[in-house]
Design a protein around this ligand. Structure first.
Ligand SMILES: NC(=O)C1=CN([C@@H]2O[C@H](COP(=O)(O)OP(=O)(O)OC[C@H]3O[C@@H](n4cnc5c(N)ncnc54)[C@H](O)[C@@H]3O)[C@@H](O)[C@H]2O)C=CC1
Ligand SMILES: O=C(O)[C@@H]1CCC=N1
Length: 273
């Protein structure tokens, strides 16, 4: 399969993460371009890779095989309006990474025949450690499906979901998920400092512990509860901490937070219609 020309509409954090991962995986910078009304965003992106940049969205879409919409959901209507005619002419696959924004709401601007993939990636894409879920509209051809899968597979694991609504749950889990782990680590580092450690030591130990735990979760044959029990000596320190978490309702806290994220994803869909 030939290398697709990819145009990013919006050159912020997520576009930069995906461009970084694509370059790392061997996608030529000459087959990537990006448009953004803010020159600062474009110059930051050019520091990652020498991609062609535009301040005019429609100009970037011209000749593209794949257009990746990487603007905030609240700005999607404006972005869709700006590329509508160029997309119809280019017959390109559209991949939207915006939280919440539905295929139907995008098709209103891009035409009912436009092939659209909705995707929910996450920021570890920058390190090619991302987790992306994808859902394709009926108009997406087998080749276009493969384009979408190859682009996101270049920056991490890819999972197709069989209904669009599942993407709101994915957004609450893995889209927003890196922030939950960072918050947990921040709190662990602050608590380590309160227990008398200097911040550099606390940070290094928390970072390596997160990395080690994630690798064990991925690579071990044992399930998560078993891995947890292996750390938890009866009557020991971990038991004291885990019982404190359970008493304070950590699982409910996480459930409520993820429900809030999924509800917000649905609300964002409403904002774009
Ligand atoms: N940040 C994250 O962890 C994740 C974000 N997303 C989704 O990715 C999308 C982008 O998010 P971020 O990269 O974090 O936002 P960001 O704010 O870093 O980037 C958005 C970029 O769009 C540009 N922009 C604004 N209006 C535009 C227009 N009319 N045309 C072209 N570009 C325009 C902005 O100048 C900015 O550079 C959002 O829809 C978000 O829901 C999805 C998964 C994870
Ligand atoms: O916070 C957000 O709305 C976006 C979507 C998932 C991660 N960041």
């Amino acid at each position: 399969m030939s290398t697709p020309n990819i145009a990013f509409i919006g050159a912020g954090n997520m576009a930069s993460s995906i461009v970084g991962g694509l370059i790392e995986s061997g996608h030529p910078a000459s087959a990537i371009r990006a448009a953004d009304p803010y020159p600062d965003s474009l110059s930051k992106l050019r520091r990652i890779a020498p991609v062609e940049t535009f301040e005019d969205n429609a100009a970037a879409v011209k000749g593209a095989d794949v257009v990746i919409l990487a603007v905030k959901p609240q700005l999607m209507t404006e972005a869709l309006t700006s590329i509508s005619a160029a997309v119809k002419e280019a017959d390109a696959l559209i991949i939207s990474i915006a939280a919440g924004v539905t295929i139907d709401s995008m098709a209103k601007y891009l035409g009912e025949q436009t092939a659209i993939v909705r995707c929910m990636p996450n920021t570890p894409a920058l390190l090619s450690c991302g987790a992306s879920a994808l859902f394709a509209s009926q108009q997406v051809s087998a080749t276009q499906r493969q384009y979408a899968e190859d682009i996101l597979a270049a920056v991490g694991i890819v999972s197709w979901v069989d209904n669009e609504a599942a993407l709101d749950a994915i957004t609450a889990l893995s889209g927003s998920g890196p922030a939950y782990f960072f918050l947990f680590m921040e709190a662990m580092i602050d608590s380590g400092c309160k227990l008398g450690l200097d911040r550099d030591t606390a940070t290094a130990m928390a970072q390596q512990t997160a990395l080690g735990a994630a690798r064990m979760a991925l690579e071990s044959e044992a399930d998560l509860a078993t891995l947890r029990q292996q750390v938890t000596s009866p009557g020991g320190t971990t038991q004291a901490a885990v019982e404190s978490f359970e008493r304070d309702g950590l699982r409910d806290i996480i459930e409520r937070a993820m429900q809030a994220a999924a509800i917000r994803a649905k609300e964002l869909a409403g904002d774009t219609e």
